[in-house]
Design a protein around this ligand. Structure first.
Ligand code: GLN
Length: 279
């Protein structure tokens, strides 16, 4: 441990990072120093002397250079302003996914009963339970490791969510007359791997990301079938989708006799969510 000027530490970090573009290096360096060493942008601006574990910083820079996501290195990320623990067993919550919470709020359902399919870190289920009044939220995942992270997040954030381990492609969780099924299931086709960044491909759980090329909508088909049994009349499905498969996903819900099926764009302008009403 030694005292060093925060600006010097920042410049050194940027210089040692091996990433594609300069602006990304700076933003990653800011986040690393802030999240792992509590060094703020203001500290850097005034080159404040900060006590720093240089060996640890060195280790983190090396791991970033081996494409490990910053969120896995520091062990958390923010979703809707709350801190969620993450590790290699859960998909790192994405900023565009945050919008699904506002979409649910826009439905104005009183005391909604909700089930989240493939909860991962629990970010959607936990945010809904905390942001909607009197929401009853259940969440499932096939991965026991993911559920362990989700339970820790719920405990830390004081959210009441009932979690269970279920392989949704084989079994449907017991539910009756519920208001909403929500999901961000795996939806990336195997063949889309070539376009993906190494930090995602090499470090995030494939179980949470990929589906077979010839059956990319497998989870949505199961969700559509499940909704027919589990939802009350007028209940909703709201799911994140593969932006290249908006039309196909919407058509699938229409084939299963859902009404008012809508494709909703994210802030990048990409088709990102599908909403459907049962009955
Ligand atoms: N949107 C995520 C990504 O781009 C994938 C999420 C998912 O497969 N459900 O990596």
């Amino acid at each position: 441990m030694s005292y060093l000027g925060a600006k010097n530490v920042f410049d050194q970090t940027v210089a040692e990072l091996i990433l594609d573009d300069e602006s990304e290096k700076k933003s990653i360096a800011f986040l690393l120093l802030e999240d792992a060493f509590s060094i703020s942008k203001m500290d850097i601006a005034i080159n404040k002397p900060v006590l720093i574990n240089e060996l640890l910083l060195q280790e983190y820079i090396e791991r970033l250079n081996l494409n490990e996501p910053l969120q896995q290195i520091v062990g958390f990320t923010y979703f809707r302003g709350r801190k969620f623990k993450v590790d290699k067993n859960v998909l790192i919550p994405r900023p565009e996914t945050e919008e699904i919470i506002d979409l649910v709020k826009g439905l104005n359902i009183e005391e909604p009963s909700i089930i989240d399919i493939g909860t991962g870190s629990g970010c959607i289920a936990i945010s809904l339970q905390l942001e909607l009044s009197n929401a009853k939220v259940k969440a499932i995942d096939i991965s026991k490791e993911a559920l362990s992270i989700a339970r820790q997040n719920a405990k830390e954030l004081k959210a009441q969510v009932e979690f269970s381990a279920i392989d949704f492609l084989k079994d449907f969780p017991a539910a009756n007359q519920i208001d909403l099924i929500i999901s961000n299931p795996p939806y990336i086709k195997d063949m889309e791997k070539v376009d993906m960044k190494a930090n995602v491909l090499e470090h995030e759980p494939h179980l949470a990301l990929f589906v077979p090329n010839d059956d990319a909508l497998v989870f949505y088909r199961r969700i559509a079938e499940y909704g027919q049994k589990a939802l009350k009349t007028g209940g909703y499905i709201l799911a994140e989708i593969n932006s290249h498969l908006g039309k196909e996903t919407a058509q699938l819900f229409e084939q299963y006799e859902y009404q008012s099926v809508e494709i909703i764009k994210d802030f990048y302008g990409r088709d990102r969510f599908v909403k459907a009403i049962w009955g």
